[in-house]
Design a protein around this ligand. Structure first.
Ligand SMILES: Nc1ncnc2c1ncn2[C@@H]1O[C@H](COP(=O)(O)OP(=O)(O)O)[C@@H](O)[C@H]1O
Ligand SMILES: O=C(O)C1=C[C@@H](OP(=O)(O)O)[C@@H](O)[C@H](O)C1
Ligand SMILES: [Mg+2]
Length: 170
């Protein structure tokens, strides 16, 4: 079993939103590894970051990704930082991975000063620039296709994903 689509990309790019739309369009189920981790741990992701740190979260995430890739045949969204972990990147080989991209200005506009996202608490524009520079090559490495989301509504992004993967019904 393997997910029909796996979505990667930065925080706030729309992996969860577009993933749900895609599942609706394809008539399959949607799964999100962040939600799996919250359910398994019984606490919020921001609490895991604060209480045990990012490396521990990445381990939990690698396990969640491994399980979801093996058990789920619908649409799967990963957390934005999943690709930071080499083991997680290796798990993604051979899967239908889509990189949802956005530029820094779009990222700042979308996420604003949302402190619920632990990596963006201070100086969002600078943090975004650094985060994108570090992660862009990793998203590109794991992805089969790249879909730009700048200035597109979630429905348009979902449509573009189906086209890019040639999953669109005629
Ligand atoms: N294409 C889009 N254009 C504008 N806002 C979007 C778009 N996609 C998602 N959003 C909004 O951005 C926020 C983050 O979306 P979400 O799906 O949670 O992203 P992710 O799972 O990638 O972190 C939500 O408030 C969502 O409504
Ligand atoms: O980019 C990151 O490092 C993270 C992104 C989040 O997921 P979303 O991309 O779904 O917001 C979540 O996994 C955690 O807060 C860490
Ligand atoms: Mg999400």
């Amino acid at each position: 079993m393997s997910p029909r689509i796996v979505l990667v990309g930065p925080m706030g790019v729309g992996k969860t939103t577009v993933g749900e739309l895609l599942a609706e369009r394809l008539g399959c189920t949607f799964r999100d590894t962040d939600a799996d981790i919250v359910a398994a741990e019984g606490r919020e992701i921001s609490d895991i970051f604060i209480e045990e740190g990012e490396p521990h979260f990445r381990e939990l995430e690698r396990r969640a990704v491994r399980e979801a890739l093996a058990d789920h045949d619908g649409v799967l969204a990963l957390g934005g930082g999943a690709v930071m972990d080499e083991g997680t990147r290796a798990l993604l080989a051979e899967h239908a991975v889509v990189y949802l991209s956005m530029d820094v200005e779009e990222a700042v506009k979308r996420t604003g000063l949302n402190v619920a996202r632990p990596l963006l608490a201070v100086n969002p524009r600078k943090q975004w620039r650094e985060l994108m520079e570090a992660r862009r090559p990793l998203y590109q490495e794991v992805a089969r296709v790249v879909v730009a989301t700048d200035g597109r509504a979630p429905e348009e992004v979902a449509e573009a994903v189906l086209e890019a993967l040639e999953l669109k019904q005629a």
